[in-house]
Design a protein around this ligand. Structure first.
Ligand SMILES: Nc1ncnc2c1ncn2[C@@H]1O[C@H](COP(=O)(O)OP(=O)(O)OP(=O)(O)O)[C@@H](O)[C@H]1O
Length: 342
């Protein structure tokens, strides 16, 4: 295991930010800490980084107890949403900075043969890193002459320069527009497949976590709701919170389930199916999204089906339909109603 978090708790005054957090992250894994704002994701990341101390519990990094180590002794690299690069230094200098500090606290004259060798080694390393983050052609620019996405890639190159055993990213693409975010997340996945550094990133965007991460830790109100692969979380959510956070959910009687996991019939064939009336039908691309009023339930049921299917059923506003969960549907009981999982 690369990172072992055991029994970590953190309070701010009376407020419990983290409560008995236990998580093991294997070496080389790309993990997402996912959850709503204020849930405690950043606090946990900062405790792993050593930027914050836990009140209780321990953090182990690569087999060594890091609980009391300062950040610079943990061999972690980090990137935050608004990452501060050195504005007056070129892209290449920004990447070289950490390496130069490590070699003799900077490479100032007088020059010795050793310093010259270090300088060459660093230049070589910087070139490799810039290639890795696709910024080679911008090596001599200043950070202000880069786009937001390019600046975040520069931040990643800087964090990777000192070969951290763990890379920690706090909403690294948070401030960027949707298209650039998407590009960077694909790029991060590919980068990770190339360099395999154990990486933990914080996000509140479920799509980002589902697309990029090997494993997702869902955190809400200071507690872990579930840990699993994207498929496990999507197909076997531990509770209605996880289910609702990872995708669209609708209620059908005592169950919360996905709108595309509801079977629509135009006759009462299925035992226990719920009768209803189509109130709205919205075409979105290749899908048809139906809003169905059902008896005994205040909020309508949302059903998503393919347009071809909707056409075959000859559905229109006011059609009577019978709804039931499809076979193998992912569903969880809605707690307030005390139903059972299927
Ligand atoms: N220094 C602090 N003093 C007091 N409360 C704090 C402090 N830092 C964090 N908190 C509180 O702890 C809770 C968890 O914060 P944290 O930043 O970990 O959440 P988060 O899940 O990362 O949210 P976001 O996605 O909004 O960054 C929040 O309610 C926050 O207000």
């Amino acid at each position: 295991m690369s990172i072992e978090v055991r029994g970590v708790g953190k309070r701010y005054g009376d407020f419990v930010a983290l409560d008995d957090i236990n998580v093991s992250l294997p070496t080389g894994q790309l993990t997402a800490l996912l959850g709503p704002s204020g849930g405690g994701k950043s606090t946990l990341l900062r405790i792993i980084a050593g930027l914050e101390t836990a009140d209780t519990g321990s953090v182990e990094i690569e087999g060594a107890d890091a609980t009391k180590l300062p950040p610079q002794k943990r061999n972690v690299g980090f990137v935050f949403q608004h990452y501060a690069v050195f504005k007056h230094m070129s892209v290449a200098k920004n990447v070289a900075f950490g390496l130069e500090i490590r070699a003799h606290g900077g490479l100032r004259p007088p020059w010795t043969p050793q310093k010259r060798r270090d300088k060459e080694r660093i230049a070589q390393k910087v070139a490799e890193l810039l290639e890795l983050v696709h910024l080679s052609q911008f090596a001599h620019r200043l950070p202000s002459q880069l786009s937001g996405g390019q600046r975040q890639r520069l931040a990643l190159a800087r964090a990777l320069a000192v070969e951290p055993s763990v890379l920690l990213l706090d909403e690294p693409f948070g401030a960027l527009d949707a298209k650039v975010r998407k590009e960077l997340r694909d790029w991060l996945r590919r980068l990770h497949d190339e360099v395999h550094v154990t990486t933990v990133f914080v996000t509140h965007d479920q799509e980002e976590a589902l697309e990029v991460a090997d494993e997702i830790v869902v955190i809400n109100e200071g507690r872990i709701e579930q840990i699993g692969t994207p498929d496990q979380l999507y197909d076997e959510p531990a509770n209605d919170f996880v289910m609702g956070f990872l995708g669209e959910v609708t209620r059908l009687g005592p169950l919360a389930l996905r709108p595309h996991d509801i079977e629509v019939a135009v006759a009462p064939g299925v035992v226990g199916s719920t009768p209803g009336v189509v109130r709205r039908a919205l075409r979105v691309g290749f899908e048809m999204r139906l809003t169905v009023d059902v008896e005994g339930q205040a909020e309508p049921v949302l059903v998503v089906l393919s347009r071809t299917h909707a056409r075959a059923l000859d559905l229109e506003l006011g059609s009577r339909v019978w709804l039931s969960p499809t076979t193998g549907a992912t569903a969880v009981a809605v707690p307030a109603l005390g139903g059972v999982s299927v």
